[in-house]
Unconditional design. Structure first.
Lengths: 209, 464
């Protein structure tokens, strides 16, 4: 069952690479939040109930509801145009993301470690790199934030792979999620909205040598 | 507690009293930890020799920083709220840095590194301008990615622990069981943690955000970002290097570090020969020194000793330049080197500080950094890295040239279209702290106290 969920997560990455509208990105984030909720519930069987509850709440409330809702609010308030504006054509993006996934599969088969659950590793690493790819290939600041959230989801999957032995690490991951998202979104994006009426990344590119 | 007090309180007097209290507490902590060397407190904090050295450095640098912060704030007529926030963020940054130096557990280190990002971003955005916003946005975003990288590194480290059955991730147990760690995962962990900490230390690949941050932060805050915050990155890398140095992977790790360090010095040389913004010039000089420190660490032998000496002396010298920048700005109202000149004529004491600071930073003989830099070269020579040594010397010559052209223009060439009547009078006493810091660095390099030397030697033993 976890395998199915994780593969579904990998499939959302492919969809992410060809999505055109910002709204689609947010819907994918919501979907990823729910998938992570399911995976957490099925994977972390050995940890205390209270801790599990905390992590589950984080995935469902924070990842699947609060963050996408807040980003939707930002998009509406700042009247950001609703197209993603990638630098590369969608078809090329699709190929690149596929290549990322295929190469992580090849990489994982070069590792000989019986302790490693390969599905987790593949999905986590390919999500991480897809997030990085989204950041460099999209023009708007808000899509950069989406890319960062995708990276965080990937890291979360990786932390689940060691979650049963070291629940402390998963808690740290939850902390990272909340801290970084609140810092980036809450404190900061509000400010960008106040100062710049049109938060495109090209307005924030004057600081250079 | 003091942070919250500063953030809430709007009375000038209470603000300054709280800062005094904080400085007193910080000095007490330093002395207390020195007397309780190698003891563990509150489970997660152990004072080892490298920690105490950096802690002593931060408590010495923070006193002039608050003085210049006070000068900066009074010259700007900010609201009481923004002043409170400025000092609160500074206190929080210094506290978080101190905790990073002392923590003995990789997860605790990581948490306090997050806190430094938070407080630094408040400082960078102090001026509330569009450019400051851009600086803070880039800084926050890159640091968020960098702490994610460190976190991924910690996860890989835990995977490498899986076979051994150890669950304790404190640095001591990692070093103790380093030979049993799975080498593949340890390699990946080192790569991720190293590149994560480069955002704080200012090495290739993640140095960029730090440069913008130091440029946009008010100069006293920039001084902190350019010295004690870089030490945060250094101690993070040093502790993970201590783990990998006890395994056969040491040589592989050295190669990674040398490549990053060489690229860093190269980048610094390229930019320092062509930029005309004096604050960015200081910032790039900082990353050049971090490149040298990392070369020393990777070369081994006497290089490790030199690297630690270098980073401590750098902690004293770099803030003097940033403190002095505020006075330069008062005279010229500009950051660009094109608007500056004849600084000797307008503010003699400051010009002497800049001259001495230039000599110190470029490691010319009377300077303290000369000693450590010379030892780093010696270690490179002994480790048979002749080609690297030659490349570094060539790049350093370029850097001194680029730096020198701008500094001498500032000091001696008369400025174009400059209205002399508007130059304010600045008291020579405002530069007193800079002289003390430079003198301290020279003293520590040429006539080091025995305790200082033995502390550095203890620290070197952590990685050898």
């Amino acid at each position: 069952m976890t395998d199915i969920l994780l593969i579904a997560l990998a499939m959302t990455l492919l969809y992410l690479s060809i999505a055109n509208r910002l709204h689609t990105y947010l819907l994918i984030l919501v979907l990823q939040g729910f998938i992570l909720f399911g995976t957490t519930f099925l994977t972390l069987t050995n940890i205390s109930t209270l801790n599990l509850l905390l992590i589950l709440l984080e995935t469902i409330v924070f990842k699947a509801i609060a963050v996408p809702w807040f980003m939707d609010y930002i998009i509406k308030r700042n009247k950001i145009t609703k197209v993603a504006e990638p630098y590369l054509p969608n078809f090329l993006s699709l190929i690149i993301v596929t290549l990322i996934i295929v190469s992580t599969i090849i990489l994982s088969y070069s590792i000989h470690d019986k302790n490693l659950d390969k599905t987790y590793f593949i999905v986590a690493v390919s999500t991480l790199f897809t997030g990085l790819y989204l950041i460099v290939s999209r023009k708007k600041i808000i899509t950069h934030v989406v890319g960062y959230l995708v990276i965080e989801n990937g890291v979360f999957v990786l932390s689940l792979a060691v979650g049963n032995e070291m629940p402390m690490l998963v808690n740290l991951g939850v902390m990272l999620d909340i801290f970084a998202s609140v810092l980036i979104l809450g404190v900061f994006f509000n400010k960008i909205g106040d100062v710049l009426k049109d938060p495109d990344v090209n307005l924030l590119s004057n600081l250079k040598d | 507690m003091i942070t919250i007090g500063l953030a809430i309180n709007r009375k000038t007097f209470v603000n300054y009293m709280l800062i005094m209290l904080f400085l007193a507490l910080l000095s007490t902590l330093t002395v207390f930890e020195y007397l309780h060397l190698n003891e563990t407190e509150l489970v997660y904090f152990t004072t080892d020799s490298i920690g105490i050295l950096l802690l002593a450095a931060i408590s010495m640098v923070s006193i002039p920083t608050f003085y210049h912060g006070y000068k900066y704030i009074t010259s700007r007529n900010d609201t009481a709220q923004s002043r409170g926030l400025f000092f609160a963020a500074m206190v929080m940054l210094i506290t978080a840095c101190s905790m990073v130096y002392l923590s003995n557990h990789i997860a605790v280190t990581w948490i306090f590194v997050e806190l430094t990002t938070l407080s630094a971003s408040v400082l960078i955005y102090h001026r509330r301008s569009l450019r400051a916003l851009e600086g803070v946005w880039k800084y926050v975003f890159l640091c968020a990615i960098s702490i994610t990288f460190i976190y991924v590194g910690i996860l890989f480290l835990s995977l490498s622990l899986k076979e051994t059955g150890i669950e304790d991730m404190s640095f001591r147990s990692l070093v103790q069981y380093s030979s049993e760690l799975n080498p593949f995962w340890l390699k990946l962990a080192f790569l991720f943690i190293f590149s994560g900490f480069t955002a704080k230390l200012g090495l290739v690949p993640m140095y960029t955000a730090g440069i913008d941050a130091k440029d946009k932060a008010p100069a006293p805050a920039g001084a902190l970002l350019a010295s004690v915050l870089m030490n945060v990155g250094f101690i993070g890398i040093y502790r993970i290097y201590a783990v990998i140095a006890h395994t056969p992977l040491k040589y592989w790790a050295n190669t990674v570090i040398i490549v990053a360090a060489l690229l860093t010095i190269f980048v610094a040389a390229v930019y320092m020969t062509r930029i005309k913004n004096i604050k960015r010039l200081f910032a790039y000089s900082g990353i050049e020194h971090m490149g040298l420190v990392m070369l020393g660490l990777a070369a081994g032998g006497i290089g490790v000793y030199a690297a630690i000496l270098h980073i401590i002396l750098h902690t004293f010298i770099k803030p003097t330049l940033f403190f002095q920048y505020n006075m330069i700005y008062k005279v010229y109202q500009s950051k660009s080197i094109y608007d500056m000149g004849s600084y000797f004529k307008y503010y003699k004491t400051g010009a002497i500080v800049i001259l001495l600071g230039f000599i110190s930073v470029t490691a010319m003989p009377p300077s303290g950094l000369f000693v450590s830099e010379f030892m780093i070269f010696q270690s490179l020579f002994e480790a048979q890295f002749i080609a690297i040594l030659l490349a570094v010397l060539l790049l350093l010559t370029l850097i001194i040239w680029g730096f020198g052209v701008n500094i001498f223009k500032l000091l001696f060439t008369p400025p174009l279209q400059f209205d002399e009547s508007k130059v304010p009078h600045i008291s020579p006493w405002e530069s007193a702290s800079q002289f003390i810091l430079i003198a301290l660095s020279v003293y520590l390099a040429y006539n080091p106290p025995a305790e200082f030397v033995s502390l550095i030697q203890e620290s070197v033993k952590l990685v050898q």
